[in-house]
Ligand binder design. Structure first.
Ligand code: NAP
Length: 327
């Protein structure tokens, strides 16, 4: 009888001692909910500010804002060519840099005929390392470079683990994806600082947001570019220079032609032309962006993916790739 009598008492006691624990849990829950709500609101604001509003406004005058000339590296195909066209359509003269003289001259002719701008071509193979830069510097003499688009990049020809990468391929990735952008910035930034205006766009990749096995050197090189861009933004924003880390996800270009994961030129995997049309509207607006709103949604979702899950996904995709010889 005494035990039955004491049971409600016991419950009350337990309830009393738990209440502070429950209150703490409720507080944590409320804090987490508020934080998630703020993040979602912030993300929605970013989508509107970076991707919607600039497209509704009048095109900014890049010549006035940054200068008459732009350098675009890797401009004979894909994003570089499409971005160069977007700049040219805004009246900016273009210096085109890639490896192939005939392709460079064909793109230059197309730009001159379509947009009545001036062009210059520089043949350079960024995989050759330091020796090529004095010639590029000489070719740029006398041109006030207002915009630099570090777009040239190389990817893997198949997803593979680090030890399968040849030494030559590893150095190509380092020289083109890291070295070229760093050296080009080193070359043009002093002039921009002197003129107190300029813009630098470094084309990174969504793979920079997580360690990505099977494309480890590529993803690490894009992380380098992302960090470099953000650091330079903070160093030079007060001197009138805008540095942007541009982080596309998946694009339908020559580089990814061997991947069949996404439909060619779909909503998630746009053509270089569609991508560049969107990305250029974020120049001067966002220091770190995917440049394309469906990719920004992917980027935001990616923030919730832990590294281990991302890495697991990369390994699964690579295993599928090796089995089928395609993605
Ligand atoms: N495609 C995607 O899904 C994707 C996703 C995220 C980020 N990105 C990045 O976006 C950028 C452009 O990629 P894309 O897809 O447009 O590639 P793409 O169509 O293969 O174009 C690459 C460009 O880089 C030039 N290039 C390659 N190696 C070079 C070298 N050693 N020296 C000088 N120029 C060189 C090529 O010109 P030549 O062959 O005429 O020399 C070409 O114009 C890259 O930085 C890439 O990492 C692409």
């Amino acid at each position: 009888m005494a035990a039955v009598d004491s049971f409600p008492l016991l419950l009350r006691e337990v309830g009393r001692s738990c209440s502070s624990f429950i209150e703490t849990l409720a507080l944590i829950g409320a804090f987490y909910t508020a934080k998630t709500c703020f993040t979602i609101l912030g993300d929605a604001y970013t989508l509107i500010r970076v991707h919607l509003i600039p497209r509704l406004l009048k095109r900014p005058d890049f010549v006035k804002l940054y200068g008459k000339w732009a350098v675009v590296t890797g401009c004979t195909s894909g994003v570089g060519k499409a971005y160069a066209k977007e700049l040219a359509s805004r009246g900016v003269n273009i210096v085109l840099i890639s490896r192939n003289k005939e392709k460079l001259e064909a793109v230059a002719r197309e730009l001159v005929d379509s947009y009545k701008i001036e062009t210059a071509v520089i043949v350079a193979d960024f995989s050759k390392g330091r020796e090529i830069y004095p010639a590029i510097e000489k070719a740029l003499l006398g041109k006030d470079i207002g915009i630099l688009v570090n777009n040239a990049g190389v990817f893997y020809s198949r997803l593979d683990c680090f030890t399968s990468l040849t030494e030559a391929k590893m150095w190509e990735l380092i020289d083109v994806d890291i070295g070229a952008a760093t050296m080009m910035i080193h070359m043009v930034l002093p002039g921009m600082v002197q003129r107190k205006k300029g813009a630098i766009v470094n084309v990174s990749s969504l793979s920079c947001t997580h360690p990505s096995p099977q494309i480890a050197v590529y993803s690490a090189s894009k992380d380098y570019l992302d960090h470099l861009s953000r650091a330079l933004y903070y160093e030079y924003a007060s001197k009138g220079i805008f540095v942007q880390s541009l982080i596309p996800a998946f694009l339908s270009t020559k580089m990814t032609a061997f991947i069949n994961l996404f439909p060619k030129e779909g909503f998630i995997s746009p053509s270089a032309e569609v991508y560049a049309r969107h990305a250029i509207t974020t120049l001067g607006i966002s220091k770190r962006t995917t440049g394309y709103w469906p990719h920004t949604i992917l980027f935001m979702l990616g923030n919730y993916v832990p590294d281990w899950l991302w890495a697991w996904g990369m390994n699964i995709v690579a295993a599928y790739h090796h089995e089928r010889k395609t993605l």
